[in-house]
Design a protein around this ligand. Structure first.
Ligand code: 1GP
Length: 247
């Protein structure tokens, strides 16, 4: 499966993509597989698997394997470090945290992880990862120089640099569980410089209304993580968000 090409086709058909994020550290592999199936039944396009802490090793492998047994949509790793790789996934967001002060998150983990990706069949999808205030756990772990919420121009120049470095995707991250997502002014400013390059927005999206605000502002893809871990009816919640963003 060519995952990047597959997501491009969905954008051409539906306008937008919905991604569900599952953190292997938050539940058992069996429960992760149930959540993934429910999200697919609600219309999610792919399952992202990863987290800032504890999403590695046997737990990660077993989570990916169980999820893949249950669903047909792509599984994409969202690694917090080189330890977040699993040969069982379809693809990996091969990302650099461009606004980290720690070189480890900018390039060293990528160097350590590159040979694993090379030896496996995982498809790398290059991505500039930018963390915006408040940033949450990933902002702290990644030692990010957080982009101020009210400074869209700073996010735009980071995104432009990422694009010129050859990254196909840009991810604007407010941090998992943020009170609100990145604001529409910043999303619009970033999408304007990206042009056809893809923009993912995540962190703090919990309902159809906020998801729609993000896509209307220019996000090509939105990510929901926390809300699918919290609600009883995952299928209904995902369906609510998916129907709001797709044409
Ligand atoms: C976190 O952007 C993702 O990396 C998802 O955030 O958990 O707030 O949906 P939420």
């Amino acid at each position: 499966m060519q995952v990047e090409a597959h997501l491009q086709k969905i954008i051409e058909k539906d306008g937008k993509v919905h991604l569900t994020l599952i953190d292997p550290a938050s539940q058992t592999p069996d429960r992760a597989a149930e959540i993934a199936l429910a999200a697919v039944e609600g219309g999610t396009d792919a399952i992202m698997i990863g987290g800032s802490t504890g999403a590695s090793g046997t737990l990660l492998d077993e989570t990916v394997i169980k999820i893949k047994e249950n669903i047909h949509v792509p599984t994409i790793l969202f690694p917090g470090s080189s330890a977040g790789l699993s040969k069982y996934a379809d693809a990996v967001f091969f990302m650099s945290l461009l606004n980290s002060r720690d070189l480890g998150y900018v390039i060293t983990n990528q160097v350590l992880g590159a040979p694993l990706v090379y030896r496996s069949q995982i498809e790398p999808i290059s991505m500039a990862y930018l963390i915006v205030e408040p940033g949450g756990t990933v902002g702290w772990v990644g030692d990010a120089k957080l982009i101020p919420r009210k400074k869209p121009e700073i996010a735009a120049v980071y995104a432009l640099a990422g694009k010129y470095l050859g990254m196909h995707y840009t991810y604007l991250e407010a941090g998992s569980g943020a009170d609100s997502p990145v604001n529409p002014e910043m999303i619009g400013a970033v999408k304007q410089v990206l042009g056809e390059n893809k923009l993912i927005v995540g962190g703090g999206i919990r309902n159809a209304e906020t998801a729609k605000i993000c896509t209307s502002a220019g996000a090509d893809m939105i990510v929901t993580g926390t809300v699918v871990e919290e609600v009883k009816d995952v299928t209904a919640k995902v369906a609510e968000i998916v129907s709001a963003i797709k044409r």
